[in-house]
Design a protein around this ligand. Structure first.
Ligand code: TXA
Ligand code: MG
Length: 347
């Protein structure tokens, strides 16, 4: 069983040093970031990185993000930062943006899953920054969840899955954003979004003038297709129950379609994931509230916890309201489409 440090109110100096010592000595520590919790180890230590893959049951072809606490750490890890990458760092770090850069030899190939690039991010969370600072090492940290499951955003979900698999778990309360960072790679001077997040395409465009969305943000890559980010190929965020995502530009179409599907499936156990505005519109066995469809921050914060809860109801069918593919809605839809195994009804 992991040691648990409670930093919800303040950071205990002795305990954070202890957590950093584990990192320095090839241990693994779960810590909060502003996006989701990370399961972290020394990103330059092959043996420590292997422990992360083992604890998560993660495919060896899915590379990890290195977390840094200051810009000086970057020089040791990557080559050839161009003007656009520089501008992105200045605008969004510390914060929920991960940038893919050419790696230096010091970064082991198990961290990057054999790639010559490495993902780097400077998180905006006091506990995360202090842990990296104390360890004085780049911390490799994928989201804290068993592979394929929704990312961990609160201590209860994390204890459930990982308490016996790590040395320390730091409780920093519920994470602010609830969805993982935006992942970007600059290709031919155009920032290309490989995974959408809180930093939106508009945010990036405002800083560097242009942006591109990877073609697989809402669809499943073909089996033999070369993808720019291996994470796109893996099954993700998915409850075990059969989930369907219902989408439309018109809220009333979504409500009508879900009600029709409830009727068509009379006798089956149905769970609906609804926006706050529509919770009273459905005659289903269970209606769970995702948050307001006028405040996507609420939905992004709650979504992974709710997706985890879904399986407790042992539903025959889970019907999920889609949101608009705008702003933070782009990231929400990217996760929901994958959670539903690309099972989407447009109406
Ligand atoms: O918000 C976050 O990014 C969280 C917190 C803990 O920082 N971390 C996180 O890590 O979500 P993970 O491992 O769950 O997702 C990392 C994503 C994966 O989709 C992976 O394929 C991609 O980043 N990635 C990592 N290195 C890459 C590289 N060199 N080239 C392309 N994609 C890469
Ligand atoms: Mg993950």
């Amino acid at each position: 069983m992991a040691e648990i440090f409670d930093f919800k109110k303040f950071i205990n100096e002795e305990e954070i040093k202890k957590a950093a010592k584990y990192i320095k000595e090839s241990g693994i520590v779960i810590f909060p970031t502003e996006t989701v919790y990370g399961i972290g180890a020394n990103g330059l230590d092959e043996e420590a990185v292997n422990k992360i893959f083992l604890a998560k049951g993660r495919a060896a072809d899915n590379p990890l993000i290195l977390h840094i606490s200051n810009i000086k750490m970057l020089d040791e890890l990557v080559n050839n930062i161009n003007d656009i990458e520089q501008k992105l760092m200045e605008a969004f770090w510390p914060g929920p943006l991960t940038i893919i850069l050419p790696k230096k030899d010091i970064v082991p190939y198990n961290t990057t899953a054999g790639l010559d690039t490495v993902a780097i991010r400077m998180p905006k969370n006091k506990v995360a920054l202090k842990l990296i600072e104390e360890a004085n090492l780049p911390i490799a940290a994928p989201s804290a969840n068993v592979s394929g499951r929704p990312s961990g955003t609160n201590i209860t979900d994390i204890l459930d899955e990982l308490k016996d698999k790590v040395d320390v778990i730091i409780d920093g309360g519920n994470t602010d954003i609830g969805l993982e960072s935006t992942v970007v790679r600059v290709i031919d001077n155009i920032p290309t979004i490989l995974r959408p997040g809180k930093i939106t395409p508009e945010d990036i465009k405002a800083v560097v003038g242009c942006v591109k969305l990877d073609k697989n943000l809402y669809s499943e890559p073909n089996k033999n297709e070369h993808v720019l980010s291996p994470g796109m190929k893996h099954r993700h965020y998915a409850p075990k129950s059969n989930c369907v995502l219902i989408c439309s530009d018109e809220n009333k179409n979504i409500v009508n379609q879900i009600n029709k599907m409830i009727l068509d499936n009379t006798g089956k156990k149905i769970v609906v994931l609804s926006s706050t505005e529509n919770v009273d519109s459905y005659n289903a066995d269970v209606v769970l509230n995702l948050g307001s469809n006028l405040k996507y921050e609420e939905i992004s914060k709650s979504i992974f916890t709710i997706l985890r809860k879904v399986d407790n109801y042992k539903a025959d069918l889970v019907l999920i309201e889609g949101v608009k593919k705008e702003g933070l809605g782009i990231a929400i839809m990217n996760r929901l489409i994958r959670a539903c195994g690309y099972n989407v009804v447009e109406c």
